[in-house]
Design a protein around this ligand. Structure first.
Ligand code: ME8
Length: 513
C-alpha cells in the first residue's frame, strides 16, 4: 500500500491555542484525509512542544511547575484537535520518554560523527522565538532594546554550549535544494531560504546551560538541548527512531510533508535537513510554509485583544464552515485576513447558495417527483455526458492540486463543477419536464444526483460531516465512500430508496444586536 506521512508543527504550550494553530491543523487534516480516501496508508502527526525557556517562563508566571503546566496546556491542544475533527493518528508530547530517548540517540549519533563540539556561545537570543540571531539581523527598539526581524525582543546570552557544525553544511544544503526543487513550497519562499544559506551560515548553538527545562544532554549534566533540536526530532520519534529498523520508521520516514507556518521555515528547511543528513538519516520530502492570519486587517495579539479563539468560530459559524473558509479565502501559502464579512460571504455564497442549493434542488425534486428513490435514466444526451464527464475528471484535477498542497485550486475545481451543474439545471429545467417528458426529467435528476455523489466524495476531506450528510442523502454506503469508488461501476443505482432531503448548508443569518 502507498504511504503518506504528514505532520503539523508541534505547538508551544506557553498559551492556549488560537486560529493560527487551528489553521495549520485543519490544512494538514484535509491533506491526510484526502490521501486516505485516495488509497494511501497515512500517518498524521500533531502534538506539543513543551521544553525550553519560553515554556519555563510561562510556567513560572502561572506559579506551577513546568510539568503540571505543560500537562494542562497540552491537553487543551488535544481537545482542540478533537473539536476540529482532526484525524491525527498520534499526538506527541516532547516530555514523553519515547521522545527524550530519541533526542539523546540523535545527539549521540551527531557527536559520534564529529558534528558537535563544545564551545561558548556569546550572542543574541530571542526567548519568544527560541532563536539565536546575528547582530546584523537586529534593529534597535524602544529603550535601546535589540529586536529580531520577527519583532521579538532579544537578550544577550553568554554560556558554555555545544555547537552543531552548520557552517559545513551550506553547500550540501544548496545541492539538496537544487536536486529537490519542490522541497520547499510555495516556490517563492524557497528563494528566501536559498539566499539565507548562500550568505554563509555560522555553527549553531545546540545546548543551553542557563536553563534546566529541556532534554538532558547525555553525559553532560549541566547542559540541556536547544529546544529546536529537541522539537524537530519529534517527527522521527513518532515513527520509532532510534529504531531505524522499526516497521513504522521504514514505512513512513522520510515524511512526505511537514506543514508549517512561514515563521518557522528556516528551522525546518535549513536546520532540520542538516541535522538529519549529518546523522546519516534521510531529510523529509517537503516543507510547505503557509501564510499568516490577521484579524480584520490587524495583527492578532493579546494586547489588542483580537486573538481569534477557534472554539468561538466553530460555535458561531459551524465546524465545516470554519474548515472550508480557512482554505478557501486565499491561495494556500499566502497570508489571509479573517473578517466576519468574508466568512458570511463564503457561507452564504459558496455553501448555502452553491453546493447547498444544488443539493437541495436536486434532492427535493427527486423526493417529490421520483418517489424518493434514485431516478431511472434513459439514454444520455451530449449535455448529460458533458456534466458526467466533468464530474469524472474532477478527481484527477483535484489530486494534482493536492500533490502541491494547492487546496484553494482543488476547491476552485470543485466549485467550477458546481457552477457547471447549476447551468445544466437551468438549461434542462427538470421542473418543466415534469409535465412534458417525465422520463427525461428523471434522466436529468439522475445526472445531477450522480454529480452530487462525486462532489460529496471529493468534499469529504474538507468538510467531513457535511459531505457525509450529503452522501447519506444519496444513500451511498459507508464502504463506498472513497475515491476508488469514483467510477461508473459504483454510480448511483436506480430505485435505491433515499431518505427525506434535509438542508445541509444553512444560510448565516445575522444575529440581531
Ligand atoms: O513555532 N497565522 O510553535 P507555535 C497562521 N513549537 N498560522 C499561525 C499563526 C498565525 N497568526 N500563529 C501560529 C512553534 N500559527 C514551535 C514549532 S515544530 C518542530 C516546533 C501556526 O506554537 C503556524 O503553523 O509558535 C506556526 O508555524 C505554528 O502555529 C507555530 O506554533
Amino acid at each position: 500500500m502507498k504511504k503518506y506521512y504528514v505532520t503539523t508543527p508541534i505547538y508551544y504550550v506557553n498559551d492556549v491555542p488560537h486560529l493560527g494553530h487551528a489553521y495549520c491543523s485543519i490544512a494538514s487534516d484535509v491533506l491526510a484525509r484526502f490521501k486516505r480516501l485516495d488509497g494511501y496508508h497515512v500517518m498524521f502527526l500533531t502534538g506539543t512542544d513543551e521544553h525550553g525557556q519560553k515554556i519555563a517562563k510561562a510556567a513560572a508566571k502561572a506559579g506551577v511547575d513546568p510539568q503540571a503546566f505543560t500537562d494542562k496546556v497540552s491537553q487543551s491542544f488535544r481537545d482542540l484537535a478533537k473539536a476540529l475533527n482532526i484525524s491525527n493518528n498520534d499526538f506527541i508530547r516532547t516530555t514523553e520518554d519515547r521522545h527524550i530517548k530519541a533526542c539523546q540517540a540523535l545527539w549521540n549519533e551527531l557527536l559520534k560523527r564529529g558534528e558537535l563540539y563544545l564551545g561558548k556561545y556569546a550572542g543574541w537570543y530571542a526567548v519568544r522565538d527560541e532563536a539565536y540571531y546575528g547582530e546584523d539581523e537586529l534593529t534597535e527598539g524602544p529603550g535601546g532594546k535589540k529586536i529580531a526581524p520577527s519583532g521579538a525582543e532579544c537578550e544577550w546570552v553568554e554560556e558554555p554550549s555545544y555547537f552543531f557544525r552548520l557552517s559545513q553544511w551550506g553547500d550540501r544544503l544548496l545541492k539538496f535544494y537544487d536536486e529537490n526543487p519542490d522541497f520547499i513550497l510555495p516556490h517563492y519562499r524557497r528563494n528566501e531560504v536559498i539566499s539565507f544559506v548562500k550568505q554563509g551560515m555560522h555553527d549553531l548553538s545546540v545546548s543551553r546551560t542557563a536553563i534546566t527545562w529541556g532534554v538532558p544532554v547525555p553525559n553532560e549534566p549541566k547542559h540541556v538541548m536547544y529546544v529546536w533540536l529537541d522539537a524537530l526530532t519529534n517527527y522521527i520519534t513518532a515513527v520509532g527512531y532510534p529504531d531505524v529498523n522499526a516497521e513504522t520508521y521504514r514505512k513512513f520516514w522520510p515524511a512526505d510533508v511537514h506543514m508549517v507556518g512561514k515563521d518557522i521555515l528556516r528551522f525546518h528547511a535549513i536546520y532540520w535537513p542538516a541535522f538529519l543528513m549529518a546523522a546519516g538519516l534521510e531529510p523529509p520530502k517537503r516543507i510547505f510554509a503557509h501564510g499568516w492570519w490577521t484579524c480584520e486587517g490587524q495583527k492578532m495579539s493579546k494586547s489588542l485583544g483580537n486573538v481569534i479563539d477557534p472554539y468561538k468560530l466553530v460555535e458561531k459559524y459551524g465546524l465545516d464552515q470554519t474548515r472550508y473558509f480557512s482554505l478557501r479565502e486565499v491561495p494556500f501559502g499566502n497570508d489571509s485576513d479573517f473578517s466576519h464579512a468574508a466568512m458570511v460571504r463564503r457561507i452564504n455564497g459558496d455553501l448555502a447558495n452553491g453546493i447547498g442549493n444544488l443539493a437541495q434542488r436536486t434532492l427535493s425534486q427527486i423526493a417529490k417527483n421520483c418517489g424518493g428513490a434514485v431516478p431511472k435514466h434513459g439514454e444520455f444526451t451530449e449535455a448529460d455526458k458533458g456534466l458526467l464527464q466533468a464530474a469524472k475528471n474532477c478527481l484527477v484535477l483535484v489530486r494534482q492540486e493536492f500533490d502541491v498542497q494547492a487546496f484553494h485550486k482543488a476547491l476552485d475545481a470543485l466549485w467550477s463543477l458546481i457552477a457547471q451543474a447549476d447551468r445544466y439545471v437551468d438549461e434542462q429545467a427538470p421542473w418543466a419536464l415534469k409535465k412534458t417528458d417525465a422520463a427525461r426529467m428523471e434522466t436529468v435528476l439522475y445526472v445531477l444526483a450522480e454529480t452530487l455523489r462525486h462532489l460529496g466524495l471529493l468534499l469529504l476531506p474538507f468538510m467531513p460531516q457535511s459531505a457525509g450528510k450529503l452522501l447519506d442523502q444519496l444513500a451511498v454506503p459507508e464502504a463506498e465512500r472513497d475515491f476508488a469508488h469514483l467510477t461508473e461501476a459504483y454510480a448511483l443505482k436506480t430505485g435505491t430508496p433515499l431518505p427525506a432531503p434535509q438542508g445541509i448548508f444553512p444560510r448565516y443569518v445575522e444575529e440581531k444586536a
